[in-house]
Ligand binder design. Structure first.
Ligand code: ADP
Length: 604
């Protein structure tokens, strides 16, 4: 290759960067210089060299001149184009960065609380105005800005030791949420580590907000809750005391009415006595309901878990309501599906309470037709649990759709017309609902206004290993009760209760000695021989607990039955642990008193 050819080839090479300039995808300052300026200069120099060489034919020289001109124009155009592009690009990039930093600062300044970021050497990188303002307000410190090492700044001295430790924890990679109290205010500080692209901790960002209002609201709420709980407890205590006060005379009224019914009375007095008994028993029911609601609301109601027989339970419901059914001329139908001759564990008393309320309502709100009590007992032999569905249907007045929701609220009745016509306290269904909630169940209702209502609920009860009813257990009828020659010491301070209990016990032909307080009971026991003691708990001079303890020291085998109008949870267990052989709740039924006396005498 001669010199001429070499020059031409060299010259042609100048197009290469120009071409690359056109087709290159990434255009930055270096590529523009490289691809544009270089061919320009390069072309100029080769150009000069070619012209300097004289022996080129004219055609070649002309063609080269055109090409050179073309290359120069192209390179120049490209230079201007991409140079411009580069400048515009750079400007846009800078504007973008500026916008980003402004929007970041705006975001920081408009965040709810103070925000600040440090790098791993505790140098402040960014803050918002709320941060600088709050530092000035709370510590009186100014001049905190990006670039300052906070450990060298006056602020560091002002921070508590635990808070400084939090800085350290975050820079170790831990998220923190810390509350501090400052000048009577509460602040919540949140800190999270910042990681660099390699995953190493590069700093930490913190945010804090004034939560004083929230804290105060929480405190007020807690105080209000406590006050409400205290008030509820006080209410429960008051109701418990009041019901005790009311129950005692009621006990007398019910007892004396019963005695009078057993004794000779003038013709025409029977109706009055019956009404007196119904009214006093109804009053007692209301008092019990109010007490129950108060206990449930105060969270003081618990369920017992005792064995009971389902079949007997159903029979009990029948005997309670068959009289009412006869009186009202309404058919009382009891239907059962599945096995009922079984023993289950549960709170029979509460279950009775639910059903007495539901069946009682069904009779109350039904003028004609029938009331159906249905029990579905679903047995799964592989399970320890018996699923039961109880339902009570009637053909009574029904409940309007709009009233169905409110009948379960305390003191709530369907409407004022019902209240006027049927009376009632509006507590029954509320108690039912609350007891069922304790049993993890719910009461359901379906009603057609004017046609009738069905209430139903499901309960799951544990099966007992005793599976069938012991048919041998029977109890004698009340008129055959006898405690002939049994010596009973009755310790009771209330005169009416003394009269009622003595009359009942004497009717059963027992010998009764009355002591008016615990001390008299202790004195009497020394002087006489007794088979059983009936001990009121709440007495003047010496109460029933102390008296029982003293008597037990000298006569450990005498059965002592607690007589009480009090009602508290797990009462039976509590009194049995104290040393009482049995508990009779006042006002007592003659059946209960008799069966408890017989039971302790058999055990003695
Ligand atoms: P009370 O019966 O003392 O009024 P409850 O809480 O037992 O209180 O019942 C609330 C209300 O629900 C009743 O007043 C009555 O309006 C309605 N109700 C309850 N059971 C029935 C029923 N079987 N049929 C029609 N209405 C009923």
């Amino acid at each position: 290759m001669n010199q001429k050819e070499t020059l031409i080839y060299l010259y042609m090479l100048a197009f290469l960067p120009t071409a690359m300039n056109i087709f290159s995808v990434r255009k930055n300052s270096i590529s523009v210089i490289l691809y544009t300026l270089f061919p320009l200069i390069y072309t100029l120099f080769t150009n000069l060299a070619i012209y300097h060489y004289p022996s080129f034919p004219a055609l070649v020289l002309d063609s080269l001149t055109i090409l050179i001109a073309f290359n120069i124009i192209l390179s120049f155009t490209l230079f201007i184009m991409f140079g411009n592009y580069m400048v515009i690009n750079n400007l846009a990039r800078q504007q973008k960065l500026l916008l980003r930093s402004i929007s970041l600062q705006t975001t920081l300044d408009n965040s709810i609380g103070a925000v600040w970021t440090i790098d791993k050497d505790y140098i402040l990188i960014a803050t918002n105005t709320k941060y600088t303002e709050s530092i000035e307000k709370e510590f009186g410190i100014t001049g905190l800005k990006a670039g300052i090492d906070i450990r060298q700044h006056a602020i560091w001295e002002k921070l508590s030791e635990p808070l400084r430790a939090q800085y350290y924890s975050v820079l170790q990679g831990q998220d923190i949420l810390h509350e501090i109290e400052l000048n009577g205010k509460h602040f919540e500080i949140k800190g999270v580590p910042i990681y660099d692209p390699k995953g190493k901790i590069g700093g930490a960002t913190f945010g804090s907000r004034d939560i004083t209002a929230k804290k105060n609201a929480e405190e007020t709420l807690l105080k209000a809750k406590k006050a409400a709980e205290d008030a509820n407890l006080a209410k429960a205590r008051f109701l418990s005391n009041m019901s005790h006060e009311i129950r005692t005379p009621l006990n007398g009224i019910i007892g004396i009415t019963r005695i009078m019914q057993d004794e000779k009375f003038l013709p025409g007095q029977y109706e009055n006595l019956k009404t007196l008994q119904d009214l006093s028993e109804h009053t007692l029911q209301i008092i019990n309901n109010i007490l129950d609601i108060a206990k449930i609301e105060a969270g003081k109601s618990f369920l017992e878990n005792k064995r009971f027989n389902l079949h007997r339970f159903i029979r009990k419901m029948n005997s309670i309501f068959s009289g009412t059914a006869k009186l009202k001329g309404i058919k009382f139908i009891i239907e059962s599906e599945g096995q009922t001759d079984i023993y289950l564990f549960g709170d029979e008393v509460r279950l009775s309470q639910i059903l007495i309320n539901l069946i009682g309502n069904a009779f109350k709100f039904t003028e004609k037709g029938n009331v159906t009590f249905k029990i579905c007992s679903e047995d799964n032999p592989d399970s320890e649990i018996q699923n039961l569905r109880f339902s009570v249907s009637d053909t009574g007045i029904g409940i309007k759709k709009e009233n169905a929701g409110k009948i379960f609220e305390n003191f709530s009745q369907a409407d004022s017309e019902t209240t006027r016509k049927f009376g009632g306290s509006g507590l029954g269904l509320s108690i039912v609902d609350n007891i069922l909630r304790l049993m993890d169940s719910r009461i359901n209702v379906e009603s057609k206004y004017g046609k009738g209502t069905t209430f139903w609920f499901d309960v799951c009860l544990k099966k007992s290993s005793i599976t069938t009813l012991n048919k041998a257990i029977t109890q004698s009828a009340p008129d055959t009760y006898s405690l002939l020659n049994i010596n009973i010491l009755l310790a009771e301070d209330n005169k009416i209760n003394q009269i009622v209990a003595t009359r009942i016990l004497q009717k059963w032909k027992s010998n009764v000695t009355v002591a008016s307080n615990g001390k008299e009971a202790v004195d009497s026991i020394e002087e006489n021989k007794f088979d059983v003691v009936l001990m009121d708990l709440d007495m003047p001079v010496m109460d029933g607990y102390e008296s029982m303890t003293i008597i037990k020291q000298s006569f450990p085998n005498i059965p002592i039955i607690a007589l009480t109008a009090a009602s508290f949870d797990d009462m039976n267990n509590y009194l049995s642990n104290k040393g009482f052989s049995e508990v009779v709740q006042k006002p007592f039924t003659t059946e209960d008193l008799y069966s408890k006396i017989i039971s302790v005498l058999k055990r003695a």
